[in-house]
Design a protein around this ligand. Structure first.
Ligand code: 13P
Length: 250
């Protein structure tokens, strides 16, 4: 059975004092249903955030990693380094990484392999740009992204993969995909997985929606059959809003 997940991607926000304050606020809230809650602070805060959240049911996850185990990659962080600070899950393929740091489907497939080889769980992001949707290419763009980065894997690998559909035009813009647009894409993704693998891979993988999810629209988006939760940016920086979204899962 697939699980519900709400993950907060803090992006490049919050230094140590701000991280401490937000985590204190988060700890004042409780989830009211069966949902896995994750937060992704910056790399400099991962260790401290993990310590602060020890014993809580909020998992601290990373926003990115390099594909190599170690070596001459100045400024980068490997899977084993993440594991050494207690992080077991990593976001890969976020559209901001693709757009600003030239991450390609090919380099992402290497990151995917490294994360899985290290026993980590991946929140794998993908999504079309506005021009793709306008040209009615959104499904083929998404299919290509998933195929290039993930379809070399065995079906069993999907036990450690969470998918996150984030249409680029809806990220940080206040513009959300309508619940029906999200449902249509998530259903298409499951069908793609049935064709490539089998029904149980498609049924068991969690598919999150991301892009301007807020307390005011979360319930409707999450009510869709193939939407298993959300990847939250801006609204994850406020504990009350974040938990309103977490608790919009029923
Ligand atoms: P916003 O919720 O700010 O649109 O960001 C979504 C996102 O990019 C999460 O990874």
């Amino acid at each position: 059975m697939r699980k519900h997940v709400v993950a907060g991607n803090w992006k490049m926000n919050n230094d140590i004092p701000q991280t401490e304050a937000l985590i204190q606020d988060l700890k004042r809230h409780a989830k009211t249903s069966e949902v896995e809650v994750m937060i992704a602070p910056s790399a400099t805060n991962l260790w401290h955030a993990s310590e602060l959240l020890k014993g809580s049911d909020i998992e601290v996850i990373a926003q990115n990693m390099h594909f190599a185990e170690n070596g001459a990659f100045t400024g980068e962080i490997s899977a084993s380094m993440l594991k050494s600070v207690g992080v077991k899950t990593v976001i890969l393929g976020h559209s901001e990484r693709r757009a600003y740091y030239n991450e390609t489907d090919k380099s992402l497939s290497k990151k995917v392999n490294s994360a899985l080889d290290n026993g980590m769980t991946i929140v794998f992001c993908f999504g079309e740009e506005l021009q793709d949707r306008k040209a009615d290419m959104h499904q083929s763009v998404v299919k290509d992204q998933i195929q290039s980065a993930l379809f070399h894997l065995d079906a069993s690998a999907f036990k450690n993969i969470i998918l996150a559909y984030e249409p680029v035009w809806a990220i940080g813009t206040g513009e959300t995909a309508s619940p029906d647009q999200a449902q249509e894409m998530h259903h298409f993704i499951r069908n793609t997985l049935v064709n490539q693998y089998n029904q149980s891979v498609a049924d068991d993988v969690s598919i999150l929606y991301g892009g301007s999810v807020k307390p005011s629209n979360a319930k409707e988006i999450f009510s869709k059959q193939d939407v298993d939760g959300g990847l939250i940016g801006g609204a994850a920086l406020n504990a009350e809003d974040f938990f309103a979204i977490v608790n919009a899962i029923s």
